[in-house]
Design a protein around this ligand. Structure first.
Ligand SMILES: NC(=O)c1ccc[n+]([C@@H]2O[C@H](COP(=O)([O-])OP(=O)(O)OC[C@H]3O[C@@H](n4cnc5c(N)ncnc54)[C@H](O)[C@@H]3O)[C@@H](O)[C@H]2O)c1
Length: 330
């Protein structure tokens, strides 16, 4: 039985707590949150106890820590949990600073801790199947990966100010997906961006519309497009082209019902945002972590290294957008 302490009882902490409570091999022991009411409400729902982060780390009846606090706390909390000998599942991103991620991974390595990072999209059943079939050789050698990711509506400009920018905040998932599908590291990044959706986002120093091209050492290419607005819902697609064919995953609709008439085909809208669209992915992700901890597998994926590589690509894209030049990635 893997006994969990959940840090952060917000949107994502609630999703992960539900998965822990539903897994017969795990139990939700403690919840910590900077706001006592948030911790109490979630703890009451699952019969868990409320405690501080420090108390949870000291507790002998906690095996694993789930970090769902705001991004600025992740690196310090990973380091503290690692020193306390706990297995760690941390939400993305590890940190907005590559140096801080490197420092954190050194602590994790030194303590031989189990660490998994919440790039949940790898666990979406359709996207996971795309990757399996690519590795099986269904489309031959990969030549080009395309990832399209559009949010239904932009966040408030105030949120954008503290987010690290679209490449670190939103496209970070797509950088990870491009690496996951490609199976080879990218060595150069070229980015364009504009504030076309909300001028206030531009005034806050960010963009809401962005495109990135990346290339691997062997010449394979990835293209990512992001928008903070899509009038038709949460647009999440990908396509991989290879020497023997093409594989793609379409959007998921609210139902499979279609109406056909002389006006054409009418389908239900696509799922509106991440909590619905990636519900299964979040559960598969955490269940994978629980299985890894149970079996003593200390290297579940996505790893801390995956978190680091995605952040390097996000930094390179930000620099490329700012300078108007391609940026090399080490
Ligand atoms: N993988 C994904 O798809 C995904 C989706 C949403 C959020 N996230 C990530 O999860 C993290 C949290 O996002 P959210 O949307 O749940 O935010 P949120 O604001 O809804 O929840 C954060 C919670 O953490 C609490 N908190 C603040 N400081 C804390 C501290 N020092 N220790 C413990 N708790 C603290 C807050 O009171 C709040 O209840 C962010 O890093 C975000 O990037 C990932």
């Amino acid at each position: 039985m893997i006994r969990f302490g959940v840090i952060g009882a917000g949107r994502i902490g609630k999703v992960h707590s539900a998965t822990i409570a539903a897994n017969p091999k795990a139990t939700l022991a403690y919840i910590a949150d900077a706001m006592p009411k948030a911790a109490h409400d979630l703890a009451a729902k699952y019969g868990a106890k409320v405690a501080s982060f420090e108390e949870i780390l000291k507790s002998k009846d906690v095996d694993a820590i789930l970090i769902g606090s705001p991004t600025g706390f992740h690196a310090d909390q990973i380091q503290a949990a690692s020193k306390a000998g706990k297995a760690i599942m941390c939400e993305k991103p590890v940190s907005l600073s590559v140096q801080m991620i490197e420092k954190t991974l050194k602590v994790v390595e030194k303590n031989k801790s189990t660490l998994m990072i919440g790039f949940n999209r790898r666990f979406d059943p359709n996207f996971a199947e795309v990757e399996r079939r690519i590795r099986k050789g269904d489309i031959g050698a990969i030549e080009m990966v395309t990832v399209i990711s559009r949010d239904p509506a932009p966040p408030p400009a105030d949120y954008v100010k503290g987010s690290g920018g679209i490449f670190r905040d939103m496209m970070i998932h797509d950088f990870d997906m491009a690496r996951f599908l490609m199976g080879e590291e990218f060595v150069v990044v070229n980015a364009l961006g504009s504030a076309l959706v909300d001028k206030a986002i531009g005034k806050a120093g960010d963009v809401d519309t962005a495109a990135v091209q990346m290339q691997t050492k062997s010449g394979r290419i990835a293209v990512i497009t992001n928008s903070r607005r899509a009038t038709y819902g949460y647009d999440q697609r990908m396509e991989v082209h290879g020497s023997k064919g093409m594989i793609h995953a379409k959007n998921v609709h609210n139902s499979t019902v279609e109406v056909l008439s002389d006006a054409g085909y009418k389908a239900d809208p696509i799922q509106n945002f991440f909590l619905e669209r990636y519900g299964a992915a979040y559960a598969n992700e955490l269940n994978t972590f629980i299985a890894a901890v149970e079996k003593g597998n200390r290297n579940p994926k996505p790893s801390g290294f995956d978190g680091l590589q995605a952040q390097k690509l996000a930094d390179a894209a930000t620099k490329s957008w700012q300078t108007g030049k391609p940026v090399k990635v080490s």
